[in-house]
Each structure stands twice: as structure tokens, then as C-alpha cells.
Write a protein that binds this ligand. Structure first.
Ligand code: G6Q
Length: 547
């Protein structure tokens, strides 16, 4: 039996969308809204208090039908079920993809190679909770008997961005006497600035690394260990001030971290999908096990929604299809994530990794070069800051930038009327982007003729509005899972492997080769290209001048 799927761009459903695009490219949101008073209602879906209004997109009911046809043709439901059931869907690494098991709150068995992984998941969660409670109530203390007041997570990429983003997002739920810091960059400034005002005897390091071999993390961890021992002077102190989150027990022990102080996870958890695993330890320490569990329940609720909601109301599926519409038919190169919530300031950066490392691929699952666009460039900043920076381009530039506006109805800081003002901007921006301002409107308002072209807003800029009641742990879980599953569906449509990341290897290997050349006492023989050779020589000369 030949199970090679047809090329995406030869599928009849794809060709139908291309034809539909040619017909609908001249549509304007002004006309679409004028023609259908029920448009907003028709194109709004909810899951609990999470509302998605996608009516300000350049779509008609026909567009949505055709997009659903495409999703059905690639059998997204079959692919989803394969992921949830633990099939080896990450074939280039021969791994199952089971971040959903980490928050499987109904505890139904999940089998990997015939072994139910739920007892392992629950055992590690319980161990994390015991540890978090002990640190938070002061019964875990440092080498000199002092309680921990500083938590420093040392990790990078998937071992940093999730807990760093979530600690910021859930700051109102955190214990304020415990300060959390995240050190990822190998630039020594990151570690030294974080440690500048900290006292070693009150500081706990979490070395978070799936492999425990990552250059940046291990270099930072070793420097942190020296910093600690410089003051505490006894290697035994390491056991009270360092814990590890890893899959590599051997390397953890070699570093001097006691096996009891290692929180394990498994190779079926991808780095960028690992927040619900022990990688979330810094977050659990900050907000406590109860709120952490609330977040897991939120993830689980969205997992269930993704599995059970009908296609027309399935939020991750809808976001995925709308993204495909712009990415593949309108030629949009990027997608903006614009949270109107300061606590979500790291959310765009988090999604940047989740999306771009997952779907930034150009080879399909059969090893052929794709002839269609895959993952977009993800970027963004919190509103309203972005309005005073890059929104000019969104409103009047030559590029189409679809955007997700994310906001909450209730504030955590009910100070004056800040929140109403924030949200007035939130609603205003999507309306301005969609409907613009016409020359007739400007003329009627007395705008001088020569300024008319400059002050005109064409509108027709597509946005999704994602609105929730308030930013709590449960919502954060749902929001992250919403995007995880959106990314998953897009990977299925584009027929790429979303759970590997071979594209990060080459640079790492070359850096490994260049490092000894930078450090050699005598001028090394350089065998790179002319540009890289010259740059290395320049660097070495500058270093010597500085001696
Ligand atoms: C994420 C990637 C990557 C990874 C980092 C850190 O999906 O795999 O960002 O998380 O390279 O790796 P370690 O956790 O092994 O240090």
C-alpha cells in the first residue's frame, strides 16, 4: 500500500482555496460587516470564559468551509489522536510526543512502549510539590541554616522560556518574599547581574537541562557553583543549594547534585513543550503547588477542548486554519502576538520559540522539499507599548501582518482607570485595523486635500481577538495549550515534523570547533571561509591588544 500523501499544493482542497483567494482578494471588511449584521456573532466562539472573535479576518463562510475541507483532507483529527495516544510521531528522533500526559488530570493511562507513564508523571509532580512546600515554609534551608529567598533557574531555550514567561504571567499569585531569577545567556553579564545583590547562603539554583550537556547552561551552572563555593567554602554546600531538572542522572551526579535533588522528565517531552514537567519547578516554587495544579488543569481543559469540540468551534483548529489562509494564500510572512497585559510581556517570545522551532522547516515528512510556505515569523510586544512603536507599519505599511490581540476583562491591579484605558485601546486598535478611515470621512472632517493620502487608513488588516475574564493560572494553561495545538495543526497541514529541531545543530557544532581557535596561545591554522577566518583573526588581535 502506498501511504505517501499527495503534495499539499496539489490537493483539490488546496486548489479550491487558491481559486477562492483569487476571487476574494478584493473583499473589504467594511463590506463584509455591512452585508451581514450577524457576522460578529457567527464568527465568535468560546471555550469556558475564553472568547475568540475571528470576525475581523478576511474570510467569508465559504472561506471557512474550504479551510475546514483542507484540514479534513490532511486528517488532522487522526494526527491529533496519534499524538495523544503516544504514537512515535516525532519520527526523526524516534520519540512519542506526550506533553499532554504531563497535565492529564483524569489520569487515564497513557502508554509508551506498553508502559503506563501516568504513575511516573504523578510521582515527579508529588516530589516537586514536597520540595516546593519545604522551600516555601522554610523547612528546606541552605548550608548555613538560612531559608531560601532567591531562586535562580539556569537553563536556556525550552528550559528557560516557559518558566520565565509563566513566572511573569502569574506574578500576582507568587510568594513575594521568594524572588525568582532566570539566567540563560552565556554572556557572563546575565549571571553576574542576576547574582550581584544575592547572598549565596540564601540562594537556590535550579539547573534545568534535559540533556545536562548544553554549553550555555553548564557553563553558567559551573560559574554559579564557583560563586557559591567562594563564600561557603565546602563542596558539601552544593547539595543544599543546587537541584537539577534533567533526564540525564549520570551527568547530574557528576556535577555534584545529589540524586534525591534531581527532578526527572522524559524524552517524550520536547523542550519547548516542557513547562508542565519538572521544568516548571521554578514556577511551582514561586506560585506554590496548588496554583501550579490549577495551571495544569487549564492545560488539560484545552487539551480536552481540542480533542472533543466540533471542528467549527475548535479554537486551536480555527487559529491554525486562519494562519494558513494568510501564510499560504496572502503571502503574509509574519504573525504578531499582541497581549494587552503587562504580565504577558514574555508571551510573544515564548510563542516565538514554540512556533518557529516547531514549524520553521522546509522538508516534508517524506523528505521532500516543500513547495509551500511553512511557519511564519512570530513576533510581538505588549500593548499599548507597541502602539507607540511599530503599529504605524501595521496600519499603513505595505506588509500584511495578521495579529492576535489578547486581553482580559478584569485587572489584577485595579488602580484608577488604567484597565479601562488599556482595554479601550485594545478594542480601538482592532477596529481601526479592520475598518480604517476613508478619504470621504477625512474630507468630511475638513482634512486638507494634500494630507488626504497620508491620513487615510485603508483598513482590511486582519486580527483575532482573544478575550478572557482574567489572567489566572487556569487561563494561562488554556492559553498556552491553545497555541501549542494551533502549532500542531499547522504542522500537520504543512506536513512537516513539528517536534524535532535539527536546524539548531550546525551552529552549535561550528561554535565547538571555533572555541579552541579563539583560545589557542599561538595563531591557529584556520580552515573556514575567508570571512569567518578574517573575523576570528580580528577578534584574536583585539583580545591581545586588550591584554
Ligand atoms: C526546545 C529545544 C531547545 C532546548 C534547549 C535546552 O524544544 O529542544 O530549546 O530546550 O536547547 O536544552 P537542554 O534542556 O537539554 O539544556
Amino acid at each position: 500500500m502506498n501511504d505517501t500523501p499527495p503534495l499539499l499544493n496539489t490537493r483539490p482542497e488546496w486548489l479550491a482555496l487558491e481559486a477562492h483567494y483569487r476571487q476574494s482578494a478584493r473583499l473589504h471588511l467594511r463590506d463584509l460587516f455591512a452585508a451581514d449584521p450577524r457576522r460578529a456573532e457567527k464568527f465568535t466562539v468560546t471555550a469556558e470564559d475564553l472568547l475568540l472573535d475571528y470576525s475581523k479576518n478576511l474570510v467569508t463562510e465559504e472561506t471557512m468551509r474550504l479551510l475546514h475541507d483542507l484540514a479534513a483532507a490532511v486528517e488532522w483529527e487522526k494526527a491529533r489522536d496519534a499524538m495523544f495516544s503516544g504514537k512515535i510521531i516525532n519520527r526523526t528522533e524516534q520519540r512519542a510526543v506526550l506533553h499532554t500526559a504531563l497535565r492529564n488530570r483524569n489520569n487515564r493511562p497513557v502508554l509508551v512502549g506498553g508502559h503506563d507513564i501516568m504513575p511516573d508523571v504523578n510521582r515527579v509532580l508529588a516530589k516537586m510539590a514536597d520540595f516546593a512546600n519545604a522551600v516555601r515554609d522554610g523547612s528546606w534551608h541552605g548550608y548555613t541554616g538560612k531559608p531560601v529567598v532567591n531562586i535562580v533557574n539556569i537553563g536556556i531555550g525550552g528550559s528557560d522560556l516557559g518558566p520565565a514567561m509563566a513566572c511573569e504571567a502569574l506574578r500576582p499569585y507568587a510568594r513575594h518574599e521568594l524572588k525568582t531569577y532566570f539566567v540563560s545567556n552565556i554572556h557572563a553579564a546575565h549571571l553576574s547581574e542576576a547574582l550581584r545583590d544575592l547572598r549565596p547562603e540564601e540562594t537556590l539554583f535550579i539547573v534545568t537541562s534535559k540533556t545536562f550537556t548544553t554549553q550555555e547552561t553548564m557553563t553558567n551552572a559551573r560559574t554559579a557553583r564557583e560563586w557559591l563555593l567562594y563564600t561557603l567554602k565546602d563542596r558539601e554546600a552544593v547539595a543544599r543549594h543546587f537541584v537539577a531538572v534533567s533526564t540525564n542522572a549520570r551527568e547530574v551526579a557528576a556535577f555534584g547534585i545529589a540524586p534525591d535533588n534531581m527532578f526527572e522528565f522524559w524524552d517524550w517531552v520536547g523542550g519547548r513543550y516542557s513547562l508542565c514537567s519538572a521544568v516548571g519547578l521554578a514556577l511551582m516554587l514561586a506560585i506554590g503547588p496548588e496554583y501550579f495544579t490549577e495551571m495544569l488543569k487549564g492545560f488539560h481543559a484545552m487539551d480536552r477542548h481540542f480533542q472533543e469540540a466540533p471542528a467549527e468551534g475548535n479554537l486551536p483548529l480555527l487559529l491554525a486554519m486562519l494562519g494558513v489562509w494568510y501564510n499560504n494564500f496572502f503571502g503574509a510572512q509574519s504573525h504578531a502576538i499582541l497581549p494587552y497585559n503587562q504580565y504577558l510581556s514574555r508571551f510573544p517570545a515564548y510563542l516565538q520559540q514554540a512556533d518557529m522551532e516547531s514549524n520553521g522547516k522546509s522538508i516534508d515528512q517524506q523528505g521532500r522539499r516543500v513547495a509551500w510556505q511553512t511557519g511564519p515569523i512570530i513576533w510581538g510586544e505588549p500593548g499599548t507599548n507597541g502602539q507607540h512603536a511599530f503599529y504605524q507599519l501595521l496600519h499603513q505599511g505595505t506588509k500584511l501582518v495578521p495579529a492576535d490581540f489578547i486581553g482580559c476583562c478584569r485587572p489584577h491591579c485595579p488602580t484608577g482607570d488604567h484597565h479601562d484605558k488599556l482595554m479601550a485601546n485594545f478594542f480601538a486598535q482592532t477596529a481601526a485595523l479592520a475598518f480604517g478611515r476613508t478619504q470621504e470621512e477625512l474630507r468630511a472632517a475638513g482634512t486638507p486635500e494634500e494630507l488626504l493620502p497620508h491620513k487615510t487608513f485603508e483598513g482590511n488588516r486582519p486580527t483575532n481577538t482573544i478575550l478572557a475574564e482574567d489572567l489566572n493560572p487556569h487561563l494561562l494553561g488554556r492559553l498556552i495549550a491553545l497555541y501549542e495545538h494551533k502549532i500542531f495543526v499547522q504542522g500537520v497541514i504543512w506536513n512537516v515534523y513539528s517536534f524535532d529541531q535539527w536546524g539548531v545543530q550546525l551552529g552549535k557544532e561550528l561554535a565547538g570547533c571555533i572555541l579552541p581557535e579563539l583560545q589557542a596561545a599561538a595563531d591557529p591554522e584556520l580552515r573556514h571561509d575567508a570571512s569567518t577566518n578574517a573575523l576570528i583573526r580580528h577578534y584574536r588581535l583585539a583580545q591581545h591588544r586588550g591584554l
